[in-house]
Ligand binder design. Structure first.
Ligand SMILES: Cc1cc2nc3c(=O)[nH]c(=O)nc-3n(C[C@H](O)[C@H](O)[C@H](O)COP(=O)(O)OP(=O)(O)OC[C@H]3O[C@@H](n4cnc5c(N)ncnc54)[C@H](O)[C@@H]3O)c2cc1C
Length: 247
């Protein structure tokens, strides 16, 4: 059961007419970069809530969630319309396994995101643990249109801070954009272009893969990794990839 914390919206930073970041002031206790928390609004006598990954690091003052409107969905359109000063509910129990502490020791961390699935990876990339634990960190971020590539300045700052330890691969699938690959991620793995672009092998002995976003991407990339003798990671049965499905 969640206890609800009373939060306030500090800002609604819209990227376009269906993508936004909400900045929230709420007294959330301890959590790890990469975790999610349930966010809610009153709904009659109940609370209507959904899980959202935290984009902020635990050290940052405010909570941040990044999401898209699902037009037929009950909550996301209401969240999208919130404004600075509005009340919002935040569950007191953040959770989730998409964290660096859950990953077995290995050399290379691959983060693969579609759409708003970039959120938890930003929290991890802004924190220290991944940079201390892995020789190389790759972020592969796929969207349909170039205008949906969010947080590019944050990613530039991460690149400037971590230099060659960090490899960023933007992917735009429905139009061409200079500097971005243009095929779906499973194809980029099959034809070798993901490894060619980064100069890093993706294999069972060196790599752990985190995936976040659409179930299509996660299913197809998981199958591709299975073909490389990599299996899903579980605490009791350590493996090579960790997933978080948004839809
Ligand atoms: C652990 C976890 C963390 C999540 N974190 C995020 C996040 O950080 N950002 C984010 O945008 N979403 C995230 N989601 C999805 C989010 O919880 C909601 O489902 C989404 O915002 C839609 O809410 P809704 O109430 O409007 O519609 P819902 O009733 O939740 O869903 C309506 C329909 O839309 C589908 N759907 C859900 N999310 C999406 C989406 N993003 N794009 C397209 N279709 C979708 C659902 O599968 C369902 O068929 C997360 C989900 C999980 C399980």
């Amino acid at each position: 059961m969640s206890n609800w914390l009373n939060g306030k919206v500090i800002d609604n930073r819209r990227l376009n007419e269906y993508l936004t970041s909400l900045i929230i002031d709420a007294d959330l206790g301890g959590y790890e970069a990469g975790q999610f928390v349930r966010i809610g609004l009153p709904d009659g006598d109940d609370v209507l809530a959904r899980p959202y990954s935290l984009v902020n690091t635990p050290q940052e003052r405010h909570l941040e969630v990044y999401f898209n409107v699902v037009e037929e969905g009950p909550l996301s359109p209401r969240l999208f319309d919130l404004q600075a000063g509005d009340d919002i509910l935040v569950a007191s129990n953040p959770s989730g396994f998409l964290t660096v502490s859950e990953i077995p020791d290995c050399k290379h961390l691959w983060m693969i995101a579609t759409g708003t699935g970039i959120g938890p990876f930003l929290a991890i990339l802004k924190s220290e643990a991944a940079w201390e634990k892995f020789e190389k960190v790759v972020l592969c971020y796929s969207v349909s249109y170039a205008s949906e590539l969010a947080y590019q300045q944050v990613i530039e700052m991460i690149q400037a801070r971590h230099g060659e330890q960090f490899s960023y691969v933007p992917v735009v699938t429905r139009e061409s954009r200079p500097g971005a690959l243009d095929k779906r991620i499973p194809f980029l793995m099959q034809d070798g272009s993901l490894e060619q672009t980064t100069g890093i092998d993706l294999n069972a002995s060196d790599s752990h893969v985190m995936m976040c976003g659409s179930s299509h991407m996660i299913t197809d990339v998981s199958a591709e990794l299975n073909g490389r003798d990599m299996k899903k990671h579980r605490r009791r049965d350590p493996g090579h990839f960790t997933t978080e499905k948004y839809h």
